[in-house]
Design a protein around this ligand. Structure first.
Ligand code: UD1
Ligand code: CA
Length: 460
């Protein structure tokens, strides 16, 4: 199939019903623009880059796809037939080739279904084979009109259909495989003599049959697979289906989901085997999770790399962070960009980190802010420790060397360094470097006045 197939992806339409400033095919499902799914399947079935027909917001679409596609500009948009005419001009000589026509807004189409389409096309010796479906509501889809022998005779657009034709349940999914030469010869014969004053690609069927060519159809069992996205509701429907595919794939790779219908996982995310994902988890972007991890409810990760045997407790939120093996994070930890946590690190509840590196075995168990901090291995950071990294103008670095102990409720006023193995007493404000193995204290000495409270109560 690969060598002699060219793919055309129609994506010039406006998508009015999305009510959006963004081109329809750039709306995202499972973290990727709709068009990416179609371009991926095009690459899977063809050896050459697909020709994407662009029009509305073509700069944005071209910028997004870059050299993953070739482009045909359709301006103005005079219908699907007109769109394919522009693509044919880019493809040039189609001798010995077939053309697969896909829609940029039909992202769920599977490679296996396209192979079925191609097999039937070859087997029957067709000039054109299309995919049809029987949706619950045939709505605005083109109706498939079959002749007495059951062959596809023509497609009638809903807007052009008679009341009787509108009763037909079998409709056009908008995906076609066409032989190159009859395509080139008949494309230019299309006219816009119809209800929408558009050049209908679907009129090819009557033209081809008139020229004595064979036209066939393959019915898709699951209409969801060829569902188009024309509105936000349909976008949500497609997202739901892609989510199910993502979770099914991850389960087949050995991941446990305690309630798969509640998680939101981008198609770009990977998870190792024996990891358990609890309900209401959101994993986005280039997030990669290792093996045997536990991801508790309410965890939200964006572009986070997680090692093996990591425990992310409820409500952990992280972005652009790296978490090494056997770490325990949360509940309710906030790891901001530039966070790097070494093996067996423990970050507990209400701890926020930003551009912070914590070495192997270090702990910040409660109520702490570590920003612009370089923390060595086996450091203990007491509850309520704050790095004062911002002076109102600039950010400054805090360095805490291996084995240091930071007492609770300490402020480290950066730039400052606490040396290897040093202690900082609880409640200190550290403004000067602490040498290795020293003790630094900055508290007011405690005063005790015996019997003071009793005397006060008597007086009151
Ligand atoms: C078309 C089919 C219809 C089929 C339906 C399936 C025609 C005449 N009708 O309907 O039988 O049931 O698809 O979804 O082909 N596009 C362009 N340039 C244009 C017009 C459309 O690139 O001038 C692109 C759109 O961006 C979209 C695709 O073609 O990706 C389909 O367009 P759309 O308007 O949704 O389809 P219809 O013409 O309504
Ligand atoms: Ca249309």
């Amino acid at each position: 199939m690969r060598e002699r197939i060219e793919v055309v992806i129609l994506a010039a339409g406006l998508g009015t019903r999305m009510k959006s400033k963004r081109a329809k095919v750039l709306h995202r499902v499972a973290g990727r623009p709709l068009i990416d799914y179609v371009v991926d399947v095009a690459h899977a079935v063809s050896g050459s880059a697909p020709v994407v027909v662009v029009g509305h917001q073509r700069q944005a679409v071209q910028q997004h796809l870059g050299d993953r596609a070739r482009y045909a500009v359709q301006e103005p948009q005079l219908g699907t037939g007109h769109a394919v005419q522009q693509a044919a001009a880019v493809l040039g000589d189609l001798q010995g080739k077939s053309v697969l026509i896909l829609s940029g807004d039909v992202p769920l189409i599977r490679e296996a279904t396209l192979r079925r389409l191609a097999d039937e096309h070859r087997r029957a010796g067709n000039a054109l084979t299309l995919l049809t479906m029987q949706p619950r509501d045939p709505a605005q889809y083109g109706r498939i009109v079959r002749d007495g022998s059951g062959a596809v005779q023509k497609i009638v657009e809903a807007k052009d259909a008679s009341a009787e034709e509108r009763q037909i349940g079998e409709v056009n999914a908008g995906i076609y495989l066409v032989e190159g030469p009859p395509l080139s010869q008949n494309l230019r014969k299309l006219s816009a003599d119809n209800a929408q004053r558009e050049y209908y690609l679907t009129d090819l069927i009557v033209l081809l049959r008139g020229a004595g060519q064979r036209v066939g159809a393959v019915a898709v069992d699951d209409p969801g697979e060829v569902a188009g996205v024309n509105s936000r509701a349909e976008l949500a429907g497609v997202e739901e289906q892609i989510q199910r595919r993502v979770v099914d794939r991850l389960m087949s790779e050995g991941v446990t989901f305690r309630n798969p219908s509640t998680v939101v996982i981008d198609s770009t995310v990977t998870i190792g085997s024996d990891t358990v994902v609890y309900p209401f988890v959101t994993l986005e972007g280039k997030t990669h999770i290792g093996e045997s991890c536990v991801i508790e409810p309410g965890v939200h990760l964006l572009d986070v790399s997680v090692g093996n045997d990591v425990h992310l407790k409820s409500g952990t939120v992280a972005e652009d962070a790296i978490i090494d093996d056997e770490a325990t994070i949360g509940p309710y930890a906030h790891l901001r960009p530039g966070t790097k946590l070494g093996r067996r690190v423990k970050v507990g509840n209400f701890v926020e980190t930003k551009k912070a590196v914590l070495g192997e075995g270090s702990k910040a168990s409660h109520l702490t802010y570590l920003g612009d901090a370089d923390v060595g291995a086996d450091v203990n950071i007491g509850a309520g420790t704050i790095t004062c990294n911002y002076d109102g103008l600039h950010k400054h670095q805090t360095t805490i060397e291996d084995g240091a102990f930071i007492g609770s409720d300490t402020q480290l006023v950066a730039p400052v360094r606490v040396g290897r193995g040093a202690y900082v007493g609880a409640g200190s404000t550290i403004t000067k470097d602490v040498p290795p193995d020293a003790l630094a204290l900055s508290r007011v000495p405690q005063k005790v006045i015996e019997g003071w409270a009793k005397r006060k109560k008597k007086k009151d």
